[in-house]
Design a protein around this ligand. Structure first.
Ligand SMILES: [Zn+2]
Length: 594
């Protein structure tokens, strides 16, 4: 009874009929111009391979195709895997029948080639895919090179922010699911001959591609053929991130310090007690500072300062922290992708020069500690002349008492360089005043940001307000000395701007950073009268800086402006990039249209 149900012919007839029905139901008309995508050649190659395999099977006396029970189980596993792990199952237009056929082909092929070794692949792959869906739903981005890069540069503390009960639960669940899947796969396929599996794999692959060709050309997407297309995608994301990561580290490590060339400081002799603060900020968009007209008062203290020179139009060099740091502190003019020799860095950190000319340098980082990571390697090289490096556990504000301690400990006439680089407004926007949060309610986990846009925006604005208070506290600590405080943010952030949430979305949307509003960052110079009066050059330079504040400036200006402000002479100085000079040229590189 029902012996025909158990036949392979019934299986193939049913599966192909259902798939054909799905394709037909998509209402594709033959009037659509038929265009043959490159992957369409698979429908010629795969059946030929299957035919060859079958001939060989006949000669070896093996079954041409796996048993029908085996095929039904593979179909069932494939449907379960596609419904739970394939991100495209949920995105219109629905093409589950194509990916199910392709998944069956992949399962059989991998087992035919790797046998039980395929288990390692499937466990890793399925866990990654489920976590990708989980991440995509919460944070709005798939795994791309920017996500991988951010993961590489995340400190342990950053990573902890993502270890939520949901994420940890999903990780455990995905692991259990993939182990169960592999157990089923092993039980089903272990007794089948590799060649038999190979034949069936080729047939399922052919069916998937053939039905896919019925989709009209303008709706064709290679993503229909998950999981085949997902593997190179993940590989490219990882390799691109690692290549850029390595190139960035190599770039900064290959630079010779500017102190290797002769240099001269014309304004200070030592003993003036000047404090120069260079603050490489984090993720502050210019348009979110009330200083630049934002309707919310995110920078209440800054905007009241008389001795403030604000640069409302500053373009950041890269959406990546490390590349931006190199563009700011060395004479590099663009990011690590730049090929034009005149835009490449010729020398290392400008901070080295100040350290060489009598400034005792102290560095104030945020709370990160894992210093072997890329994020830390680059900034460590750029600030390696520091006498001491501090971390600020808990909050960036912790740096203020540390600065105070340094000020108390060194001689009153000692010139100081404070290099500041902390978390600022980095996602997930955790650093704000918990007691008196200025903008409420806040959401600080960056999960599903679009659904709680107001809360996420409140958190972001509150971090800027918090940094404004940091500026106030630092300034208060150094105000009894002549000081100048230069702040530039490394890159912006996306909170629904340009249709995106988070910087990783740039990779998702294949948008150029400089085509978006996220590359306009906060920048200002703050000083006191004691500094201005200290040397006639300072007064002139600050005056000129104020005149140039209306120009479109960029990270490329910082290196030369620091040299120009102090009249620090070195062969690397370029007057056309010095904002304290009347000869300065505005930034003319890539930038978004106004
Ligand atoms: Zn950054």
């Amino acid at each position: 009874m029902f012996r025909w149900v158990k036949s392979r012919a019934f299986f193939f007839a049913l599966v192909l009929l259902v798939a054909a029905f799905m394709a037909w139901k998509g209402a594709y008309t033959w009037r659509d111009a038929f265009e043959f995508p490159w992957w369409g050649w698979g429908v010629a190659v795969l059946p030929a391979l299957a035919g060859g395999g079958m001939l060989l099977c006949r000669r070896l006396g093996k079954a041409l195709l796996p048993s029908s029970v085996c095929l039904w189980v593979v179909l069932l596993l494939s449907v379960v895997v596609d419904c739970s792990c394939n991100i495209f199952t949920y995105t219109a237009p629905w093409h589950l029948y194509l990916s199910v056929l392709m998944t069956m082909g992949c399962m059989l092929l991998l087992w035919a080639v790797l046998r039980a070794g395929a288990i390692a692949f499937w466990v890793l792959f399925l866990v990654l895919e489920i976590m990708q869906i989980c991440g995509c739903m919460q944070y709005g981005s798939r795994i791309n090179s920017l996500v991988v890069a951010e993961t590489i540069e995340a400190s342990w503390d950053d990573a902890l922010a993502y270890m939520t009960p949901i994420n940890l639960g999903m990780l455990a669940l995905s692991f259990i699911l993939s182990v169960l899947f592999c157990w089923g796969l092993k039980r089903t396929l272990r007794k089948q001959h590799s060649l038999t599996l190979f034949n069936a794999a080729c047939l399922f692959g052919t069916a998937s591609l053939a039905f896919g060709l019925l989709v009209p050309p303008h709706r064709q997407k290679i993503d229909f053929y998950w999981p085949v297309t997902e593997v190179p995608q993940l590989y490219n994301a990882a390799s691109e991130a690692l290549t850029i990561n390595e190139a960035t580290i190599n770039q900064v490590e290959s630079l010779t310090s500017p102190t290797a060339a002769p240099s001269q400081l014309h304004t200070l002799r030592g003993g003036e007690g000047v404090v120069l603060i260079v603050h490489v900020g984090e993720s502050i968009r210019a348009d979110r500072m009330s200083l630049n007209g934002y309707e919310r008062d995110t920078t209440p203290w800054l905007r009241q300062q008389k001795h403030l020179i604000n640069f409302p139009s500053c373009i950041s060099a890269a959406c990546d922290t490390c590349q931006a740091q190199i563009a700011m502190l060395t004479d590099a003019r663009r990011d690590v992708h730049e090929k034009r020799p005149e835009m490449l860095p010729r020398t290392g950190s400008v901070l080295d020069l100040f350290a060489a000319h009598g400034f005792d340098m102290y560095t104030f980082f945020g709370r990160r500690c894992a210093q072997k990571l890329k994020y830390d390697r680059v900034v460590m090289v750029l600030s390696n002349r520091s006498r001491q490096k501090f971390n600020a556990p808990g909050s960036p504000w912790t740096a203020v008492p540390q600065m105070q301690a340094v000020l108390n400990q060194v001689a009153a006439g000692q010139n100081l360089l404070f290099f500041v680089n902390n978390e600022g407004s980095h996602t997930p926007f955790e650093h704000y005043d918990r007691q008196n949060t200025p903008f409420v309610p806040v959401a600080t986990h960056f999960q599903n940001p679009a659904a709680q846009a107001q809360e996420v925006n409140n958190a972001y604005d509150s971090t800027i307000h918090y940094t404004d208070e940091f500026f106030r506290r630092v300034t208060e600590a150094v105000q009894h000395r002549p000081f100048v405080y230069i702040y530039v943010s490394d890159h912006g952030e996306y909170l629904g701007h340009d249709g995106m949430w988070g910087r990783a979305a740039l990779g998702e949307r294949h948008v150029s950073y400089h085509a978006t509003t996220g590359c306009r960052v906060g920048m200002f110079v703050l000083y006191n009268e004691a500094f201005e009066r200290l040397h006639p050059h300072f007064a002139t330079a600050l005056q000129q800086l104020r005149t140039n504040a209306a120009l479109t400036v960029a990270h490329e200006h910082l290196f030369h402006t620091l040299l120009g402000l102090f009249k620090l002479q070195t062969p690397y100085y370029n007057e056309t990039l010095d904002l304290t000079s009347p000869e300065v040229q505005p930034y003319s590189g890539p930038q978004p249209a106004l």
